[in-house]
Design a protein around this ligand. Sequence first.
Ligand SMILES: Cc1ncc(COP(=O)(O)O)c(C=O)c1O
Length: 414
Amino acid sequence: MGLSEADALDVDRIRGDFPILEREFDGTPLVYLDNAATSQTPEQVIDCISDYYRTYNANVHRGLHQLSQEASIAYEDAHDRVAAFIGASGGRKEVVFTKNTTESMNTVAYAWGLAELGPGDEVVLTEMEHHAALVTWQQIAKKTGAEVKFVRVDDEGYLDMDHARELITDDTEMVSVVHVSNTLGTVNPVSELTDIAHDHDSLVFVDGAQSVPHMPVDVEAIDADFFAFSGHKMCGPTGVGVLYGKERLLDAMQPYLYGGMMIEKVGFEDSTWHELPWKFEAGTPVISEGIALAEACDYLDDIGMERVERHGEQLAAYAYDRLSEFEDIRILGPPGDDRAALVSFNLGTVHAHDVSEILNANGVAVRAGDHCTQPLHDKLGVTASARASFYIYNTREEVDELVEALDQARELFA
Ligand SMILES: Cc1ncc(COP(=O)(O)O)c(C=O)c1O
């Protein structure tokens, strides 16, 4: 869809949906630029959670009473809503609610990886993976005797696709790739990677924690075998994440968490499993969180994901330009006009924690640290970076406030 200027977000109206943005610290308004860690929650989603607890709070799947039926229908339908949001035509059968992206990753690593991987098998990651993928596959490889290999990140912050073509071979069983780097802002060519991997009969796990909140995502167009993301980064609540998997793959996998809800028939000697997706949702699931995640999908769709994407890209490009005005600022990752809605940077030799403290004193919230990408930071030769990450309610003026507050850090620490 071609977007015109008239399609720009009505940021003032959107800001009105987020009560937390009214907060001030000693008269200084909050400038929230830590959205890649957790986004803020609109009234609509808060009301949805409140409505659940006020009017139909009950356990699901079990009760025949009215409240349980209402909760069950809303919870089950939420899976279909989320499936539609990411283009999963199999609906609820392909969408498992987990706790977060990390748990989605671990579900596949344990349920598929422990059963399928062994000596001689390879798992291909990238040097820009979040610890959620990196540590998980690293440890599963240790348990199974498989080997983990890493596609290089080049000097500009892009994946070296020639290296990817070299590394992905018939020994590769799984390629696990982050869709959008939470440190570099790089948008990876995941469709190209799934093509390469499938040519070698390898499966592909796409970490969509930073893509689903910020751009239209179609898991079938990408042809991802598995895909994961978290509710709390997309206007939804904490405590709910999503594991998408192709139905035939989820069907063939054994569950790795056992207990109530996930069974069909239980005997003293053996048990059978419930149908998808419930066989992967053991115990009382994330009921209010799942229902509220579906509400967050409605909220974002009402705005339009193309517009969400463009707003984030424009703010990132503006922040990149403003920060590039200063010689003592090193920005990590690709050029301003080719990145998702975040900019990580270092200010001279000032530690990122000191930078973020000064920013905080000015009401500006950014993330400082390694952003769960320690090996990538090692490769870039820095121990930490500050990260400004944007969402639908952020403005250019807020970017300017970030830049002004950095002046203070410069004066104090230079
Ligand atoms: C790219 C990426 N992957 C995975 C995660 C992990 O998400 P969660 O902590 O919700 O499991 C994050 C969160 O920062 C992320 O940015």
